[in-house]
Design a protein around this ligand. Structure first.
Ligand code: AMP
Ligand code: MG
Length: 337
């Protein structure tokens, strides 16, 4: 158990008093501020360069704290019993105590109760709910280590709490709920299949896998922005491992490229900078490594990067959603040509 009480107290006091702090959670590192403080919430947008219409997630210490900031219902408590604390964010109608600066003017608020002990301690000790988006500059891959936060936020925020790499590695599942239905706005470690154990009516927003059409309104504003992109151009390859190998080797003849492949394929790509995505069947490990790999791409000094197109099934959907956006929907191979 991480038990540097001094650091926890310092982080909590800074947040209570209006400053921004880099905090670890089980999903990714967050950029935390006092959610009751409108000015601090605006500072988050400034620090990240975040578009003004993209609302923040508010983090609470225990599920019942949601009643202080939102109008809950029975389904919220059923979900809380099963999945909280944990990587699930639930959108509910907001109470006035949450300033509109936290929700980008929306009358709903996104609520999460993290399971990470350090995050929980900081929320509890600060005595206020903490608004915290991922602690990256907008558009960059989310930070999964304190070093990533430092690279993006050095000189901008007064404190980063380092509790090692994040367990999950992608952001929380975001859902909007009514009395008896759930819509998944962003996939994460809590899958639609898991949510169906609690509620029969679970749908997945088309924006999770598809590009928004011209004029289409995003249910979750964050889904309309380009995200997670490395400086080099990422391409996803639709095909089996033999096809993948062939396509990457062809590309490498003409381009300064790198490859992200399964651990089992590492020896195939001699002469091409190669990063391991993790073992072929280990979706959890692949998810955990994803953002670190996207950041490492930038250090390779290549123009293009090729990686496998993930499946859309179960736990892999979260990775598919992040990667398809990191590559701006550039998929090659298979029926994509
Ligand atoms: P981040 O904090 O960077 O992990 O992103 C939070 C995600 O939750 C973004 O995609 C937001 O658009 C979404 N979100 C937060 N609050 C709301 C809300 N009230 N309604 C819809 N989506 C929300
Ligand atoms: Mg983010």
């Amino acid at each position: 158990m991480w038990n540097d009480n001094g650091a926890l107290d310092k982080a909590s006091a800074l947040i209570r008093d209006g400053a921004l702090v880099g905090i670890p959670t089980e999903t990714v590192y967050g950029l935390g501020a006092n959610a009751y403080n409108a000015h601090s919430c605006l500072e988050i947008f400034k620090a990240k360069g975040r578009p003004a219409d993209n609302p923040l997630i508010v983090h609470i210490a225990v599920p019942s704290d949601a009643d202080k900031i939102a109008y809950t219902n029975d389904l919220y408590y059923k979900l809380a019993e099963r999945f909280m604390p944990g990587p699930l964010t639930i959108i509910l109608p907001k109470r006035d105590i949450i300033p509109s600066e936290a929700t980008a003017g929306l009358d709903s608020v996104a609520i999460r109760c993290p399971v990470h002990e350090v995050a929980r301690q900081i929320i509890e000790r600060s005595g206020v709910p903490i608004a915290a988006p991922s602690a990256n500059k907008s558009g960059r891959p989310s930070p999964t280590s304190a070093r990533h936060v430092y690279n993006d936020m050095n000189g901008i925020i007064p404190l980063i709490i380092d509790a090692g790499p994040c367990d999950v590695g992608v952001e929380s599942t975001v859902i909007k709920i009514s009395e008896d239905s759930i819509i998944v706005l962003r996939p994460g470690a809590i899958t639609a299949e898991m949510l169906r154990e609690v509620c029969d009516n679970v749908t997945i927003s088309s924006a999770v896998t598809e590009e928004l059409k011209e004029g289409e309104v995003a249910l979750s504003p964050g889904m309309k922005y380009k995200h997670y992109a490395p400086a080099s151009e990422l391409y996803l390859v639709d095909g089996n491992e033999d096809e993948f190998e062939k396509i990457v080797k062809e590309k490498a003849k003409k381009e300064k490229c790198a490859v992200i492949c399964y651990e089992e394929e590492l020896t195939k790509f001699e002469g091409i900078p190669t990063l391991s995505a993790g073992k072929r069947d280990d979706i959890k490990e692949q998810t955990k490594r994803l953002f670190e790999l996207l950041r490492r791409c930038d250090e390779l000094g290549v123009d293009t990067v090729y990686a496998h197109l993930p499946s859309k099934d179960g736990q892999a959907l979260a990775m598919y959603n992040r990667m398809i956006r990191a590559c701006a929907h550039r998929v090659i191979g298979g029926k994509n040509g």
